[in-house]
Design a protein around this ligand. Structure first.
Ligand code: XUL
Length: 520
């Protein structure tokens, strides 16, 4: 076995993480820079800045400084010189705006200075809009209209128009910040931004990331000219500059800056970076009938589809290691932060108390909908409760909220998963993300979906997926062959109580009707 190592990075909402893996796929190093804790000067909360009116950003230069810090700490380990490939993931949809000066600074990086020192004037827009931004509804409707409606756009790009999707974010900047837009030489996504810094020149997005823009054709994996022009005028195609590429291609060697400053190997290859969700899919090496439920800042449900049809409530994205396949995805904004909010209000801010309260399922005619932040599916905001079938400000026993939020989140997954997979039978859930550490919560998930829940070792699935994509690119090998015999079997953590599953099944119609009523 060689001494080679592979580095996976994950620039997520709250931190920049890394996983270093060896050829036997053993994790030899994990590190993280947490934005709120380690870079407090930027004043982020959970990694983001909320400007009100659903406008949410992160300071781009904070991500640069996080790269300085992370590579400083990798340098101190025995692995820096052994890393022969780097790939990784970024929170999806977020965008980075490079100025002409920024592009030049990148090409001439000087290893005696930090990245932050050299890139502080590199961005024509200093705050990157991120996936939590929901301020582009007008742009969304306009884009859909331009092609004949929401379903038509979904058929073309894999998704109807969503506020956080990059094309709509760019369209808002194009309309409202003309000067800054004109001063923008190139636009990266969060994922391709890291690859760009590592290469010292613009890196393309990969096709799964292109699927998160509302501007890429989901069949050809190329930018769709009429959509690109609708979002950012005739000059946008020049700012995007490069067509999307497939996972596993080699983009080039790492910039000498990282060799001189952090001791990386000059032959280290950089592969395209992907989205955090597609990287998670890679780390789980999904088989037919597997469904990933990732419980993090956002909750997502991921499936591997060989054939698919776009719907207006789920996403169809290109698959990171199968250019002909798809990743089907549901994405909820009210994930862990909203569960924590309910824990703080009703369970003394304590997970043990929360878990004890979970032991009593709610009654048949009790439902809650917790759209603390503007939700994505359904597009709704606010908290709504129903007891004895009637709306109520608060449950008679307020601790009911604890069980109600989980039942509601998981019933939504159940209903949409059926529609997205066209009732194709799922066999098991692979749970990941921070909240997957809570087995009581996973039991509710298992009961509502009627499926056993499994977990893989290691919690940083997106950065592990990045390390696997790095190896995939270095070895230029078939992905499934590369994974043969190299993965620990996931461990079963819960079996569903099928009597409860039946009860939930009988509640689905009432749930759908009430959800519909609160979305009006
Ligand atoms: C997916 C999405 C979120 C982010 C979180 O469409 O918006 O899951 O990728 O990092």
């Amino acid at each position: 076995m060689s001494d080679n190592c592979y580095l996976g990075l994950d620039l997520s909402t709250q931190q920049l993480k890394c996983t270093v893996m060896n050829d036997a796929h053993e994790i030899v190093l994990e590190k993280a820079v947490n934005f709120d804790r380690d870079l407090p000067a930027y004043g982020t909360r959970n990694g983001a800045i909320d400007h009100g009116n659903d406008h949410v950003t992160s300071p781009t230069i904070m991500w640069v400084e996080a790269m300085d810090k992370l590579f400083e700490s990798i340098k101190e380990t025995p692995y820096a010189a052994k890393i022969c490939g780097i790939s990784g993931a970024g929170q999806q949809h977020g965008s980075v705006y490079w100025s002409e000066a920024g592009v030049q600074a990148l090409a001439g990086l000087d290893s005696s200075k930090s990245l932050k020192e050299q890139l502080s004037a590199a961005f024509s827009i200093e705050q990157s809009p991120i996936w939590q931004d929901a301020s582009t509804t007008r742009e969304c409707r306009s884009l859909e209209q331009s092609v004949g409606g929401a379903q038509a756009l979904a058929d073309l790009t894999g998704s109807k128009a969503y506020e956080r999707f990059t094309g709509n974010q760019i369209a808002k900047i194009y309309a409202e910040q003309k000067q800054a837009y004109e001063a923008t030489k190139n636009i990266s996504l969060v994922s391709s931004f890291i690859a760009t810094v590592l290469l010292g020149q613009l890196a393309p997005v990969d096709s799964p990331e292109g699927s998160g823009t509302n501007m890429m054709n989901i069949e050809t994996h190329r930018w769709q000219p009429n959509l690109v022009e609708h979002c950012g005028g005739p000059e946008l195609i020049k700012k995007l500059a490069l067509e999307p590429v497939e996972g596993g291609v080699q983009l080039g060697n790492i910039h000498p800056y990282f060799v001189e400053r952090f001791g990386l190997n000059p032959e280290c290859k950089v592969m395209p970076f992907t989205g955090d969700n597609s990287a998670t899919l890679v780390s789980m090496n999904l088989h037919e009938g597997d469904c990933v439920v990732s419980l993090g800042t956002s909750d997502t449900v991921l499936v591997y589809l060989k054939q698919a049809q776009a719907t207006t409530e789920s996403h169809l994205m290109a698959h990171p290691t199968d250019a002909k396949g798809y990743m089907g995805m549901l994405c909820y904004k009210n994930g862990s932060l909203t569960r924590q909010h309910v824990r703080d209000l009703y369970a003394n801010g304590d997970w043990d108390t929360f878990n004890k309260l979970l032991q009593t399922p709610t009654k048949d005619d009790t439902f809650g909908f917790y759209y603390w932040m503007q939700e994505i599916i359904p597009f709704a905001k606010g908290i709504y409760r129903f007891e004895n079938g009637k709306p109520t400000q608060e449950f008679k026993d307020p601790s009911t909220n604890v069980r109600a939020i989980l039942e509601s989140q998981f019933l939504s997954m159940r209903v949409r998963l059926d529609r997205m997979t066209r009732q194709q039978k799922m066999k098991r859930i692979l749970a990941t993300g921070g909240a997957a550490a809570n087995t009581s919560l996973l039991q509710v998930l298992s009961d509502v979906l009627g499926l056993p829940v499994f977990k893989q070792k290691g919690m940083n699935s997106a950065s592990l997926g990045g390390a696997l994509l790095a190896k995939y690119g270095v070895k230029q090998q078939n992905f499934e062959e590369m994974m043969l015999g190299r993965q620990d079997e996931p461990e079963k953590v819960c079996d569903p109580d099928l009597a409860w599953t039946e009860k939930y099944k009988s509640r689905v119609d009432a749930y759908v009707a009430l959800e519909h009523s609160v979305c009006k």
